[in-house]
Design a protein around this ligand. Structure first.
Ligand SMILES: Cc1ncc(COP(=O)(O)O)c(C=O)c1O
Length: 458
């Protein structure tokens, strides 16, 4: 959208009475967000509206539709809409894959209150089953049903988040010295768990559809890989969602070698079941892991693992050795949040918000991301942004930091040291409002564009 179009759009809204005299126009950033254009375009449009006398601006208060004889006369009385400016005071952190929801504190408060009324007679004095109590498994099954379809509670184990599930699965289903295969770039928690368990990593090449089957097959045949660990949905950090065809090819290879596929599905709850999980496609060899860290809060430390019956005893032994059990207190807290619908509500709202942020950011970052990221079937919570050749990774992170934007470099995700990582990961869901995202993206696109221009000039 160009500045002229915005001018026309606002004039039309005034004409049909949708915008009234003295009404405040959205901030530049909000308008840029609503119309999916840059802040600069809105600034030009607002200047033009003011020049034509259609609007007037007041320093520190905003832009208003002109109309009364004396626009400033009643301005002291005007109640400005609340904008959480204090949120903008610190750095704009686009480095972390957290999911901001304004209702989290209140939801915790309500759940704590409800829980305080229901402390069991036993006073939580007992140890409970390492896999979770029957009621925990029933709650798990009801949550999992709308993420990956019907799951029998006997196939579920409660964990303290997806990371705990990863450590459990790696520890239970491999031996020290074994080789595991995973995406060439990946969630650092996979590498951390592998290192602690003395496992070696075979970092598999990927294309736009996910892990290359040839790479996996070679790893299985030559390196005797004992497990595939994958983040098949909204892959962290590349944003790739493995295609259905690719999932099936990888399953075929894993099944032939009878090695488990561990799917870290921490982002699956946002995926609206666009594609089936590995568990749905191959329940005989797949372990599915998820948690409430993204949908609600990492502090809840509740997650679920789904696995075929033959793996369950080993997994339970491992989780028992790791932490005996997930605390029934946090499990009861999760039960409150499931029971009163909070987790389902947050999930729905974050999906709607995620789609808006994704669409906006995909347009802004278009020159530096792949077509597949732009066209992703489900929204991505982050983009894997390729840097122009003439800017060093450390320089762009420093330049962003000088302008109050926190970014994370692609090198942090490389599964082996030889990989080139001329990328930054830009997370969309952690900042509390659109203004912060609009500002953060404007700075990043500025930095990328100016380094490209410098490249053309030099
Ligand atoms: C792919 C992936 N798995 C697991 C986690 C951590 O999940 P949890 O907090 O449930 O342990 C993250 C966090 O960013 C992640 O990106």
């Amino acid at each position: 959208m160009r500045a002229d179009d915005i001018v026309r759009h606002i004039c039309e809204r005034i004409e049909i009475g949708e915008l009234k005299a003295e009404e405040r126009l959205p901030t530049h950033r909000n308008m840029a967000w609503d119309l999916n254009c840059s802040v600069g375009t809105v600034t030009r449009a607002y200047a033009e509206l003011e020049r034509r006398g259609i609007t007037y601006a007041q320093v520190g208060r905003g832009t208003f539709v002109a109309g009364s004889e004396n626009p400033a006369a009643d301005s002291e009385m005007r109640i400005l809409p609340f904008t959480p400016e204090e949120d903008l005071e610190g750095a704009i952190d686009l480095s972390i894959n957290r999911f901001f929801h304004a209702g989290t504190s209140r939801a915790y408060g309500n759940a704590f209150h409800q829980l305080s009324l229901k402390v069991p007679q036993s006073g939580y004095r007992d140890y409970v089953d390492s896999r979770g109590r029957p009621k925990d498994l029933a709650y798990a099954a009801s949550w999992l049903e709308h993420c990956i379809g019907v799951v029998d509670p006997s196939n579920i184990i409660v964990t303290q988040g997806a990371q705990s599930g990863l450590f459990m699965a790696l520890g239970a289903l491999t031996k020290p010295g074994d080789m595991i295969a995973t995406e060439a770039y990946g969630y650092p928690g996979i590498k951390a768990a592998a290192q602690e368990l003395h496992l070696r990593i075979n970092a598999l090449d990927m294309d736009a559809e996910g892990i290359l089957p040839e790479a996996f097959e070679t790893a299985v045949n030559r390196s005797k890989v004992k497990m595939l660990v994958t983040v098949a949905t909204n892959h962290n950090p590349t944003g790739i969602t493995t295609s259905l065809a690719r999932r099936k090819m990888l399953i075929e290879i894993a099944r032939k070698a009878d090695i488990p596929i561990v799917e870290d599905g921490v982002y699956t709850p946002f995926h609206e079941r666009v594609l089936p999980s590995y568990w749905e496609l191959a329940p005989d060899i797949s372990v599915f892991l998820t948690s409430f860290s993204k949908v609600f809060s990492p502090a809840l430390r509740v997650g679920y693992a789904v696995a075929p019956s033959r793996y369950i005893p080993r997994l339970i032994r491992q989780i028992g050795a790791m932490n005996w059990m997930t605390s029934p207190v946090t499990l009861d807290l999760a039960a409150e949040l499931l029971e009163d619908g909070t987790l389902y509500k947050h999930q729905k709202e974050l999906i709607a918000e995620g789609k808006r942020r994704f669409a906006y950011a995909a347009t802004r970052l278009a020159p530096w991301i792949t077509q597949e990221q732009k066209n992703s079937a489900a929204f991505l919570s982050h983009f894997w942004v390729e840097l122009p050749v003439n800017i060093a990774l450390t320089d762009i992170i420093q330049q962003a930091s000088d302008r109050n934007i926190t970014l994370i470099g692609g090198d942090r995700f490389a599964m082996n040291r030889q990989q080139d990582a001329h990328f930054v990961r830009v997370c969309l869901m952690g900042v509390p409002n659109h203004e912060a995202l609009v500002d953060g993206l404007a700075t990043i696109t500025d930095l990328l564009t100016s380094s490209e221009t410098a490249c053309l000039i030099s």
